[in-house]
Design a protein around this ligand. Sequence first.
Ligand SMILES: [Zn+2]
Ligand SMILES: [Zn+2]
Ligand SMILES: [Zn+2]
Length: 224
Amino acid sequence: MINDNYLEKENFKTLIESDDIGRVEDRLNVIDTFLSTEEHVTLEEFMGLLKDRGFDYEPDFVRLCLNRWVAHGFAQKKQFEGQPPRYEHHHLGKHHDHLICTKCGKIVEFRNDELERLQMRIAAERNFHMLQHKMEIYGLCSECMAKRSPLIPLDTARTGERVIIKEIIGGRGMKGRLASMGYRIGDVLEVISNDGQGRLIVGHGNIRLAIGRGVAAKLIVALV
Ligand SMILES: [Zn+2]
Ligand SMILES: [Zn+2]
Ligand SMILES: [Zn+2]
């Protein structure tokens, strides 16, 4: 990418000089810093990278630089669910997709030609003129999965997971209460939403239920 980066910087310099918007030197410093990382950075993280290099620009100036960078096709602004906007390089003609860990926020890039062709075929079969697409797969990365024990309380299960009830903890009262609500060992639940606070919404058969966190903590589950 080093060569690409050099060409991109030269290309950008020509464009901003023709835009005649001033602060060319500062803008080139911002671009240099942006090209020095292959990460997907938030504005805040990017401000940190600039500080590391001794640049102390106003966040508004940096944001405008990045947005111009996006508008000119050198960067892409990505809005992954549950995360602030992120910027990444946009190398012309080089498309990729993303796996996003909903626990630690890690982003893994991938490209699969078979999947790309399949998407084009699906659009073509419907006479749909495809302009662009994004494939984002949300889940837990290998490190987060390795740290997880096989049995977890339901309140720590992630949105989108299908789990099976393995154990109900608590006294007879709690067990009776959960049984009366229809929860039994071996039942499969689908976590429809769990944002870490307030009630969880779970699918139980074809019924959607709201469960308080206290109750959810008593249901010990495993991944299906
Ligand atoms: Zn793709
Ligand atoms: Zn992770
Ligand atoms: Zn990416």
